[in-house]
Every structure is written in C-alpha cells, then in structure tokens.
Design a protein around this ligand. Structure first.
Ligand code: ADP
Ligand code: MG
Length: 688
C-alpha cells in the first residue's frame, strides 16, 4: 500500500520499520537482511552481548583482559598487509591519558568511518602487552552526541547498519510493548513462574539489572524450548506415536548376514539385533542408527530389508543426493545378488519412460526394494505394500519428509541412519520420538587417516604429498568451498582450483564435480573417478556423503575455515576406505580462532562423536541442526545442553498440556496453538 509516512504517534508494534523516523529504504533493506520487517521483529533480534557503560575507563586506567568502555579520538586509520577484504584495519586512538590501538579483522570496509579527529566510544576486551594497549574488534559508536548510560545491547549487525540504528529501532519497539499478548498457555506461565513477555523483552534488550536480565532470559529460553517440544510432540502424534506396526518373522536374517563377504562387527550385530527386535514386535519401529563414517550401516540396513522382503513386503531406501542414491543402488545390487531380489533406482533426474517403468513395478509389487532420492516420496509414487522405510543421512530430511514416506505404507517400520553423530543431549530433544542404536566400532583392518593442517605457506607441501600418492597409483580429492570465483569472497572455487591443479600437474588426469552440473555430467565424472580414469577429483562438498572409492587416499580441503567440523569429518570419511594409508590435508590461512580450533580438532581426533560434541560447543545448538530446515522453532537463546533444567521443566509442562488437550483445541490453548502454526510451521514443511 502506498501510504504516507505515518505520523509518529500512529506507529504500532507491527508497523514497518520505515515508519520509524531515521529509517529509510536503504536501512530497511539492511534490516530485512536480519529478518526484520516490522518493529516487533526486532524484539527477537537478541543482543549478542552488552555494553556495560558503568565500566567507563580512561586509557591509562585500563587493565589487561578487562572489558571496558573507552571514549577516544581517532588519530589515524590504516589497513594492514593482506589482500582484498581480509586486511586488518588498524585505528590509532587517544584520550587525555594515553593511546590505544583498535583492530578490526577483515575491516577494509570500515575504513571510511574512522576519520582522524572523530570521537568514538569503544567497548571491548583490552589487551596490554609490552606497554601497548590494544582493543580487538570492539563494538563502537560515535561518542559525541549520545549521553547513553546503563547497560546497552550490542546487536549482531549487517552491512549498512550501526549499533545506533538497531538500538533506535529496538527502543522504538519497546515503547509499544503494551500491544503484546501472552503467547504461552496460562498454565505454563504459572507452572514455570514466568515473567511477562513485555518485561522479558524490555530486560533482554535493556537490562534494568542482573535480576531483571535473569528473569527475562529464563522466560525466553523456556518459551523457545516449550515451543520446540510442543511442535515435536504434535508432529509425532500425527506420525502415530506408539502406533501399531507389523510383526515380522525375523528368522531369515541369518541367511543374509551369512552371505556377506565379511563378519559383522560387534557393534553392527548389536544394532541389527535391536532393529530385529523392533521388527518382530507389533509396535512400529522408529529407530535411529548413528554410526560413524565407514562403520558399515549399509549392511545392517540391508539385513533389515532382507527380512522385510522375506515377509513379502517392499522396502524403500532414501538418500539425500542423486550420487549417493546411485551408489547405494550399486551396493545393494551386489549384496542382494545371490537372492534374485528386484531392486530399482528412482530419482527425479531419470528419463520419464524409465521412471514410469519403475513406478509401475512399485505399484504392482514386482519391485522389492526401491532406492532413491526424495523422488521416492513424491505424490505420484504408489507402493503395493511398503513395510520398511530406511532413510540414510536423515538429518538432511525434514520431519515431514520422513513422515510422508512412512505414510505411503500401512504402518511401515521406520529406520533412519546418520553418520553425523548427534550428541546425546541434543538427540533426546530432537529425536525424542526415536529409539537410538549406535555403531561405535569400525570394521577391522582400517589404517588410521593421517590428518595435517597447513597454512598458505605449506600449500606446496600438501600438494607434493598429493602428487606423490597419485603418482604411486592412488587417487585424490581436492575440495573447495565454492563453485566459481567470486569477487566478494577471498576463497578458492572448484572451477578456479580445477584450472590451477591442471596447470600444476599437466600430465595427471583431473576432473571437476559440482552441484551446478547436469546429472549426466556428474555421472560421467563420477564414473571416470570410480573406474580410475581420473586421478584427481576437484569438487565442492557434493562429494560429502557416502562416496566410496577405496583407491582414493588423499582428501585435500582448501579454505577449511569455510567448512564446519561435521562437514570436514564427512569429507575425510571419503578416504581411508581401502587397504592403503590415507591422508587428510587441511589448508587454511585464516587466523580466526574458530578456523584454527576446528582444524586442530580434526588433526587430533577421528572419533565422530567427539567431533560432534565439539561442533556443538563451537556452533551452538541453534545452528547445529539448521532447525529452520526442519521447519521447527529456532533456538536463538536456548541451549538444551546448558539449560538442562529449563528444558526439563518445559518438557514436563508440554506433556501436561498435551495430556489434557492432545490436539490443542481447548480455548485456553488456542492462541498458543495458532501462534505455533503461524510462526514456526510453514505448511509445506510441518503441518499440524
Ligand atoms: P557407512 O556406515 O559410512 O555407510 P558403509 O556401509 O558404506 O559405511 O561401509 C563402509 C565399508 O566397510 C564398505 O566398503 C563395506 O563393504 C565395509 N564393511 C561394512 N561392514 C564391514 C565388516 N563387518 N567388515 C569389513 N568390512 C565391512
Ligand atoms: Mg553410508
């Protein structure tokens, strides 16, 4: 609507941010990048820390290690060595008592703000070394105009916004808190003794003191966990918690395991017997198998499918990518070779005639096992009698996808497998509906992978090792974070790296693989790598999951700072799959603490569970799963690990609520239920 800018007193909590004086279209665009469209949105942009203006110091009063507020004038500002945006900005400042250097990493774009003579207020951690006072990456604002006091929020920013801009907006929003309604059911508010929403928002942004802040955070953390639990519980009921399943005759499993070219490890046998006892019981199976990369989950899954087959049922085996689905298809064909099992592949990139043929076979029951991508759950797929559903790398699927697959059968048993071990503390929250089996043992005879970290100056050494391996008959992966070069990002691209590697080793055969290639192109490249025609495969993370080329012994990761721990662990799992000693070479020139820490963790352990726990520590649970991807409430403040007691209280209250009102239709819960749907559950993902 083309409306004239509202006069100030008609602004409401749900007015667009442009209604606030001082916010024009440019800033509105920047706010939008933070997910903020109207005033109320800023309420959930929680400060990442606080500027305690009560601790104002002059430069000579500063002590090493403290956090303080310093008002100082810019003497000069300059960029350090480096290139592009990665240069460090050095700002030399002074007050009446001394000088202080302020450093911003990757601070090129900040340079114009720090003109000589300007007065700033800096807030950050102080380092004093050899008589020099330095502040790293402080928050800052122009100091002349404001006379702010107390405890101020420090927000996560995006380009085009300053702390002042966001503070202005949050302060404006806080003026309209009277429009807020209580979203949680009254019973929960009473049971957990929560403060009101208005009080919580006011104190999380501008804490009145320690008590106010604590009460505010408690309420907001509780609310996030309460919503998450409620959403999970409701989606579970819909999936049929405690639903009846089939009771399979499991006596045939031995016939299959005896046919394998190896003996199951103890951990595989344990997981399999847990699965079999689920299949035998008349309750539907809902089991998660966690097993590190290479622990042999596929064989276990196949034994379960064999049992389903012997009971006259079809199985579906779903993988997250085409490449992985194809590979599973090949593996399954091998493992079931002696049994005359009819296995078909179904992916969306298949020719339609081929698809029709497979669909027909699924519908008339002539196909025993369907392997595929999410194409297995599209609407047009009908199964004659689907008894077992297995999803590999399930953390990549949304809850609803999992469910729509199981909805295709009559009470099928459901098995999900993941190589990304989930710390138990989180698993109990997110997968509370699943039983868990753990395969924590690798098949015997694996030689440990040697992992080494290099900085840019060691790059040649890393490539020399790679060359040495390839020249002695092995194969290598080289992974870049991006597909193509970009001006904005100083990092290797697969395309750029492909050219570089080719010119480095002109006589070696080198291939390129990334997600923007067509399926045929990808297949051709993978085929060439599988068969050994290609010696080096330059790629993006599309090779992350599952690819199994035992002759590959080198995984070289460029710009490792761009990869998460779990991702690198997956990448490393692509090597060390054969009899030869393998290497993982991690190259990063980043000085950032996280990048270095991640690389060191990779070098120090190969235990997926240890890595998952570290990953959780570094990234926090909010990002760990990409809750957004699941269409589930995001955790912004809550950490089920740190806030265990709050989590327990929230879970108890949710259970109580649902035991009285399983579908949330009573009037006292209606507003909460409506909010939960509106806010968190996009209809295409998780419908309640
Ligand atoms: P993941 O758990 O990563 O899916 P896979 O199922 O792909 O692992 O198994 C990794 C490799 O180990 C495969 O080549 C498989 O044939 C082999 N393997 C699996 N189980 C055993 C075992 N018990 N003994 C020896 N090799 C095994
Ligand atoms: Mg696997």
């Amino acid at each position: 609507m083309a409306q004239k800018k509202n006069s100030r007193n008609s602004i409401g909590l749900y007015s667009p941010v442009t209604d606030v004086k001082g916010v024009g279209p440019k800033k509105a665009e920047a706010f939008l990048r933070l997910g903020i469209e109207n005033l109320s949105d800023v309420l959930e942009l929680y400060p990442r820390e606080y500027e305690d203006l009560r601790n104002r110091k002059r430069i000579f009063e500063l002590t090493d290690g403290e956090k303080a507020v310093v008002t100082a004038r810019v003497l000069n500002a300059s960029l350090g060595r480096g290139f592009g945006r990665k240069r460090t900005l050095h700002v030399l400042t002074e007050d009446d008592t001394g000088r202080m250097e302020v450093l911003f990493f990757n601070g090129t774009y900040l340079l114009p703000q720090f003109k000589a003579g300007n007065l700033f207020r800096f807030y950050g951690k102080v380092k004093i070394e050899y008589g020099r006072t330095t502040m790293f990456h402080p928050s800052y604002s122009h100091a002349d105009a404001d006379a702010e006091d107390g405890i101020l929020p420090v927000y996560p920013l995006t380009r085009g916004l300053t702390q002042k801009d966001v503070r202005l907006l949050s302060a404006a929003a806080l003026e309209h808190l009277d429009e807020l309604k209580e979203t949680l059911p009254e019973a929960a508010v009473v049971s957990a003794r929560l403060c009101g929403r208005d009080y919580a928002y006011r104190n999380i942004h501008y804490p009145e003191g320690d008590d106010g802040f604590r009460a505010a955070r408690y309420r907001l953390v509780y609310e996030e966990l309460f919503c998450l639990d409620a959403a999970l519980a409701l989606s579970r009921t819909r999936g049929g918690r405690g639903r009846k399943g089939r009771s399979f005759d499991i006596s045939s499993s031995k016939e299959f395991t005896d046919s394998l070219p190896y003996k199951l490890t103890g951990a595989q046998s344990r997981a399999l017997s847990e699965i079999l006892s689920d299949m035998k019981s008349d309750k539907a199976m809902n089991r998660l198998v966690q097993g590190d990369v290479g622990s042999g989950k596929t064989a276990v899954a196949c034994a379960a499918m064999f049992v389903a087959l012997k009971n006259g049922c079809q199985s579906a085996f779903m993988a997250p990518t085409d490449i992985l689905a194809r590979q599973h298809f090949e593996t399954l064909k091998k493992l079931f070779r002696g049994f005359g099992t009819h296995i078909e592949l179904l992916t969306s990139s298949m020719p339609s005639a081929e698809k029709r043929r497979v669909l027909k076979g699924l519908a008339d029951g002539s196909v025993d096992i369907a392997v595929g991508t999410h194409a297995l759950i599209s609407d047009n797929v009908v199964y004659k009698d689907l008894g077992l559903v297995i999803t590999d790398e399930q953390h990549r699927f949304g809850v609803s996808q999992r469910e729509s697959l199981s909805a295709k059968g009559t009470d099928p048993d459901v098995l999900v497998m993941t190589a990304t071990p989930i710390p138990r503390t989180l698993a109990v929250v997110l997968y509370a509906d699943l039983d868990i089996s753990i395969i924590d043992e690798l098949p015997p005879g694996r030689v440990p992978i040697e992992t080494t970290r290099y900085d840019a100056s060691g790059r040649n050494k890393a490539y020399a090792l790679l060359e040495n391996e390839v020249r002695s008959g092995r194969q290598a992966y080289v992974v870049a974070p991006f597909i193509e070069d970009s001006e904005a990002l100083d990092a290797y691209s697969a395309e750029g790296l492909f050219e570089e590697v080719k010119s480095r080793f002109p006589d070696l055969k080198c291939g390129l693989l990334h997600g923007r290639m067509t399926q045929q192109e990808k297949d051709a490249v993978m085929e060439a790598f599988y068969s050994g025609q290609l010696q080096i495969l330059v790629s993006t993370v599309v090779i992350e999951v599952g690819i199994d080329v035992p002759n590959a012994t080198v995984m070289l990761i460029e710009n490792s700072e761009r990869f998460g721990l779990a991702q690198m662990h997956q990448l490393r799992g692509r090597v060390g799959r054969g009899e030869h000693k393998s290497y993982c070479l991690i190259i990063t020139d980043s000085e950032s603490e996280t990048a270095v820490e991640r690389a060191e963790i990779m070098c120090s352990t190969s235990d997926g569970f240890v890595i998952a726990n570290k990953d959780l520590e570094i990234r926090g649970p909010g990002e760990f799963f990409g809750y957004r991807q699941h269409g589930l409430p995001q955790l912004r403040l809550a950490d089920p690990v740190k806030h265990g007691a709050v989590a327990a209280q929230a879970l108890k209250d949710v259970k109580e609520m649902l035991s009285e009102d399983p579908s949330l239709s009573l009037p006292q819960n209606a507003f909460f239920a409506q909010n939960l749907r509106n806010k968190y559950m996009q209809s295409d993902r998780l419908t309640l």
